[in-house]
Design a protein around this ligand. Structure first.
Ligand code: FMN
Length: 200
């Protein structure tokens, strides 16, 4: 049985446009693969803490040397990492806020990038340890970014996932959501058509 992990990062949780697009894909996917084990994480509601020096030290400390507080931090990060490790398919709802990813998603990334756990350095450079997964990303934006290089969010998320070993990544965009009703509807219809094609 395969596992699908849906990670939403909108501050509006289920009401976010990126979440709704991700939801549509997940609904189609689960219809086609009814045996799929489904796990959902709403970062906007989960309250993922910022990575502080204390938290980072806790993650770097050997398991048998951690104090109680450090064990809690490590257990929190381990839960997120285990969820990812068990996922065959990862679906990410990705809003653009202030030209970047939501800070909740950055805090999540900071808790799953673990040397020796999700990546390692070799003589040939970094090696991602989360291999064999496919990711679908549903990006919602108020503006329109017509060409590669006119925004940095896509490259950043691609680079980060590749660093962890997740190189098979498909993006679907809903752009121009702040450009008035007509543009918004047209953009969502285009994204939905793409989702239905991907899910077919
Ligand atoms: C705090 C905030 C900052 C935003 N910054 C940007 C931005 O830099 N560029 C952009 O194109 N849209 C921006 N938007 C518009 C969002 O990308 C748009 O509302 C999108 O639907 C967000 O995804 P969500 O509905 O899943 O939360 C911003 C929206 C909010 C609430």
């Amino acid at each position: 049985m395969s596992t699908l992990l849906q990670i939403n990062s909108s501050i509006y949780n289920g009401g976010g446009q990126s979440t709704q697009l991700a939801d549509r894909f997940v609904a189609s996917y689960r219809e086609r693969h009814p045996q799929t084990h489904y796990v959902r994480r709403d970062l906007g509601a989960d309250g993922i803490p910022h990575l502080t020096s204390d938290r980072f030290r806790a993650l770097q400390t050997n398991a048998h040397e951690r104090d109680e507080a450090q064990r809690e931090v490590a257990a929190f990060s381990d839960r997120l990492v285990d969820e990812l490790k068990q996922a065959d398919v990862i679906v990410l709802g990705l809003p653009m806020y202030n030209f970047g990813i939501p800070s909740q998603l950055k805090a999540y990334f900071d808790h799953i990038a673990r040397a020796g756990v999700t990546f390692r350095y070799t003589a040939k450079g970094p090696e991602g340890l989360l291999t064999g997964k496919k990711a679908y990303i549903f990006a919602a934006r108020g503006g329109v970014y017509p060409s590669a290089g006119s925004e940095t969010q896509t490259q950043y998320v691609r680079d980060f996932l590749r660093f962890l070993g997740i190189g098979d990544v498909e993006f679907v965009y809903a752009e121009g959501l702040a450009y008035g009703d007509e543009a918004r509807k047209a953009s969502l219809l285009k994204a939905i058509a793409e989702i239905d094609r991907l899910a077919a």
